[in-house]
Design a protein around this ligand. Structure first.
Ligand code: C2O
Ligand code: CU
Length: 423
């Protein structure tokens, strides 16, 4: 059974990879002796479903629907999800996008486990250590399985909030699986957790003043009230907007063709035109401590994205490169536990790339040489435009083998992938 997402050369069984690097197995799994606080079963099927009457999608479902069930946990709870593959012929996995799970629960077919074939199951266990907005998706043939429905929201929360899970199915932009303007009953201070599950960046805006209170599940420090500016949500990324809902509905416009309408009365209000300005997280909020000092870096990496003619699986084309190398000859980034890592990500490839690192979150230090001056801007998914260079820093504190790839999933399938490897 071929279970490899990326078609890497065989490393002798994906599930044993990090263990093979000499890391004790109990570091790679959640505590075995703790009962689960949140436990659920997710059944994956090959199945068509309707977004609205006459809007049929031939795709995949979790528990009979897409998006799959919203998973909610409180900070500190142990989450256990049993994935059952009923009828996904190519196999399926669950990846917890943005959550620093133990490596064995990361759900990357061919790296941390084999894809679960039809008729089999796999149990994921992790502690929900940090409150925030996350999502889950299959990481087997993800450029097809995510697009066709195998994803859902994962919220680790305390405060009242609503989710806006945005996805384009067959050209229809939807929020929480529904096209158009979708009402949700809300009053008072409400946090809207926007999740972009698509391959390109999405603009979000609202007619009302808002505060951008979190990015990728990391709280923004000193988030000031914003008006007349859109927020860019990276592909794979999340942005939490806090708004005040009074008597009038507040429309959160999601890319322009979908909206979540926070409304006490059911009134849908009028579409809000897109503002001309975009909020820059590099200078938003107020500085706060990071918990580590990027100036004490013990590793420095260069991650230069380019493009050149070559062959991929024997196919001629213009393919992505990392530091001039084409998949699978790309370098891995080797770290030791405890390293303070600085990474310069630059893009000279002619297209935007939403870069996503598994198992860690990184803080943005600068963009095109301009230092960050606002709140610590923590990311797991970063929109790197053509011609841009970001400098990031993070602590290597989660042993294993972790993917680092473009979350424009067709780009990942075309080889824009490397790994962070603990040794
Ligand atoms: Cu949502 Cu490998 O990622
Ligand atoms: Cu890309």
């Amino acid at each position: 059974y071929s279970a490899t997402e990326m078609g890497y050369p065989d490393w002798g069984g994906g599930h044993a990879g990090a263990h093979g690097a000499g890391i004790p197995l109990d570091r790679l799994t959640a505590p075995a002796d703790r009962p689960a606080d949140v436990s659920m079963t997710m059944v994956a099927r090959r199945q068509s479903f309707d977004l609205a009457p006459g809007m049929r999608v031939d795709g995949y479902t979790f528990n009979g629907r897409s998006p799959g069930p919203e998973i909610r946990a409180r900070q500190g709870q142990l989450v256990e999800v049993r994935l059952v593959n009923e009828s996904v012929p190519e196999g399926v996995t669950l990846h917890w996008h943005g959550v620093d799970v133990p490596n064995a629960a990361d759900g990357v077919a061919g790296v941390t486990q084999d894809a679960v074939p039809p008729g089999e199951s796999f149990a994921y266990r992790f502690v929900a250590t940090r409150a925030g907005t996350y999502w889950y998706h299959s990481h087997q043939l993800s450029h097809e399985q995510v697009r066709q429905g195998l994803f859902g929201a994962l919220v680790i929360s305390e405060a009242p909030d609503v989710v806006a899970l945005v996805h384009v199915y067959n050209g229809h932009r939807t929020v929480n699986g529904l096209p158009g303007a979708v009402p949700v009953t809300a009053t008072g201070t409400t946090r809207v957790r926007v999740i972009n599950t698509d391959n390109g960046p999405m603009a979000v805006w609202t007619g009302a003043p808002y505060r951008l209170v979190a990015i990728d599940g990391g709280e923004v420090h000193g988030a000031a009230v914003v008006t007349g500016q859109a927020v860019t949500v990276t592909a794979g990324g999340r942005a939490d907007l806090e708004v005040e809902v009074g008597a009038a509905p507040v429309r959160v416009e999601l890319g322009g063709s979908a909206a979540l309408v926070l409304t006490p009365s059911g009134d849908l209000g009028q579409p809000v035109p897109k503002p001309g300005r975009v909020l820059d997280p590099l200078h938003y909020g107020t500085p706060a401590t990071l918990g580590f000092d990027p100036d004490t870096a013990t590793r420095r990496f260069e991650y230069a994205i380019g493009r050149r003619p070559g062959l991929l699986d024997g196919m001629p084309g213009m393919w992505w490169t990392i530091n001039g190398h084409q998949f699978p000859d790309v370098p891995m980034f080797m770290v030791s536990e405890g390293d303070v890592v600085r990474m310069r990500v630059s893009n000279g490839s002619g297209e935007v790339h939403p870069m996503h690192l598994h198992g860690h979150r990184a803080v943005v230090l600068s963009r095109n040489g301009e230092p960050a001056s606002g709140s610590p801007w923590w990311v797991d998914s970063l929109n790197v435009e053509d011609g841009e260079t970001y400098e990031l820093a993070f602590v290597a504190d989660n042993p294993g083998i972790w993917m680092d790839h473009c979350h424009n999933l067709p780009h990942a399938a075309e080889g824009l992938v490397t790994h962070l490897m603990y040794a």
